[in-house]
Design a protein around this ligand. Structure first.
Ligand code: ZN
Length: 305
């Protein structure tokens, strides 16, 4: 029986300039797309740009227009961490658009992935930590406007707390925000998610998975109609910003647990990237790629036979 390929979306065709030595791993997006491109279990497509109206479903108009027009104050751009440019504006809209495409695919087919996004440090009225607009929040707001859908769970396993997401949904009883993160890591001032699991420096595979299992159960018992998995891979021991101690095998076990449980419960799933700052960058790319390969194994186990 033929199995439909999984829809993945990308935005790395929109380049933006960064100074030499900048710690944002810009090349990982292209490397990841290239690594997955030969696997027939994926249909990899360019993202459509998000519109100003999409972004305004979540963000403050003064902030949105300031960013789009390049007139944000220097302090606001420093907080984001990227130098402003017209190319950056296009890339950010494509990154949000990629998550929107993935979210629509999830509602249509049960699964959608973006090879970007997971920009969870973005607040309603400001960006932070390489995040300008919050794609997770924009996608949930858009699905609510377009589809008959109310409840969503966000499983944020980036090593940094999903502070922007927690803040945006703090008064929304229909969104469950779960964040497993390094307690001593950025951001210094944490927000209150529905469920926060702060982890000590050096947390091992076993300790991590032990903390994740009961937290996941709570995120599913909430009864979401869609699940967003922010699959940052900066909890790897090799990550230069991570402080935790996961092995590539532990990271793969994390992905199998999350994706397997979502599939078992038959809930539409959106997977986004998140952070990943391992040195060399190939370690980050391999871990991100493993997330999507796990999804392919779970959703189309017979396709490669
Ligand atoms: Zn991170």
């Amino acid at each position: 029986m033929p199995v439909e390929p999984l829809n993945l979306f990308f935005c790395d065709q929109y380049h933006f300039p960064l100074p030499d030595g900048h710690k944002f791993p810009l090349t990982k997006y292209r490397l990841l797309r290239e690594k997955l491109s030969s696997d027939e279990r994926f249909r990899i497509q360019p993202a459509e740009l998000a519109t100003r109206e999409d972004v305004l479903r979540v963000h403050d108009p003064t902030f949105v227009d300031g960013f789009l027009e390049g007139t944000l104050p220097p302090a606001a751009m420093r907080r984001i961490g990227f130098p402003g440019s017209p190319e950056l504006v296009k890339r950010i809209l494509a990154s949000v658009g990629s998550t929107l495409c993935a979210a629509r695919s999830a509602i249509r087919t049960g699964f959608g992935g973006t090879l970007a996004g997971g920009t969870h440090h973005a607040y309603r009225n400001e960006g932070s930590g390489f995040c300008v607009f919050n794609d997770l929040a924009i996608a949930i707001s858009t699905l609510r406007a377009e589809a008959d859908l109310k409840k969503a769970s966000i499983i944020d396993l980036d090593v940094h707390q999903g502070d922007g997401t927690a803040s945006i949904f703090s008064d929304d009883p229909d969104v469950f925000t779960l964040s497993l993160h390094g307690e001593r890591n950025f951001p210094l001032r944490k927000q209150v998610s529905t469920l926060d699991i702060p982890l000590p420096d050096g947390t091992s595979d076993g300790e991590y998975l032990e903390a994740l299992r009961p937290a996941l159960t709570k995120a599913f018992d909430f009864g979401p109609e869609v699940v967003f998995f922010q699959a940052g891979v900066d909890a790897l021991a090799t990550d230069s910003l991570g402080r935790l101690g996961l092995s590539p095998e532990g990271m793969a076990a994390r992905d199998e647990l999350v994706i397997g449980e979502v599939r078992r419960r038959n809930i539409p799933l959106v997977i986004t990237l998140g952070g990943g700052y391992s040195n060399p960058i190939e370690l980050t790319v391999a871990a991100h790629s493993r997330t999507f390969l796990t999804a392919a194994d779970v959703y189309s186990p017979c396709a490669s036979i």
